[in-house]
Design a protein around this ligand. Structure first.
Ligand code: CA2
Length: 146
C-alpha cells in the first residue's frame, strides 16, 4: 500500500514561527514520524509539499496511477480551491483532509472547507497527530475495502 501525503502553501515554514497553531517541529521532523508510523503499519509513504496550486493538482493526477490513497493538508487552499477539490474528486482515490490547527476554532473564513466534501473525512486540531490519525484510518479503510 502506498499513501501520498500532500502539504500546501506555507507549511514548509512549520517550526519556524506560530508554534501555538503549528507546533515547534519542522515539516521534515513531522514527515519522519509519519513515515515511521506508516512503516510500522505496512504502508509506504510519499511526501510532497508545494506553494503552487497547479503543482499540487499535477501531483494528485499522478497519484491516480501510483498510490492507493491521499492525505492532504491543502493549507489556505482548503477554503477556496475548487480546482484542488475537482482534482481529488477526479482522482477517485480515498482522500483525507488534515489540518494541524482546529480550523473551526479560528477565524470565520477558516471554518469552511471546499475540499472536505470530496474526502472520506477530515481530521483537525491535533497538530502532527492529525496526520497520524488520518493515516491510521486511511490504512484501515483501504484494507477493509480490498
Ligand atoms: O491548520 C492547518 O494545518 C492549516 O491548514 C494551516 C494553513 C491555514 O491556512 C489553514 O487554515 C489551516 C496555514 C499554513 C501556514 O503554515 C505556517 C507554519 C508556520 C509559520 C507560518 C505558517
Amino acid at each position: 500500500m502506498k499513501i501520498l501525503i500532500i502539504n500546501g502553501p506555507n507549511i514548509n515554514l512549520t517550526g519556524t514561527r506560530d508554534p501555538a497553531h503549528y507546533g515547534s517541529e519542522t515539516l521534515d521532523d513531522i514527515n519522519a514520524q509519519i513515515k515511521s508510523f506508516g512503516d510500522e503499519s505496512g504502508a509506504a509513504t510519499v511526501f510532497f509539499q508545494s506553494n503552487t496550486e497547479g503543482d499540487i493538482i499535477d501531483m494528485i493526477h499522478a497519484a491516480r496511477a501510483e498510490c492507493d490513497g491521499i492525505i492532504i493538508n491543502p493549507a489556505a487552499y482548503t477554503h477556496y480551491s475548487y480546482a484542488i477539490r475537482d482534482a481529488i474528486d477526479a482522482a477517485g482515490l480515498p482522500a483525507v483532509e488534515v489540518h494541524m490547527s482546529n480550523i473551526h476554532a479560528r477565524e470565520q473564513f477558516r471554518h469552511e472547507s471546499v475540499i472536505a466534501p470530496v474526502c472520506i473525512g477530515q481530521v483537525c486540531g491535533f497538530g502532527k497527530y492529525s496526520y497520524i490519525a488520518a493515516l491510521y484510518a486511511l490504512i484501515r479503510i483501504i484494507t477493509e475495502r480490498a
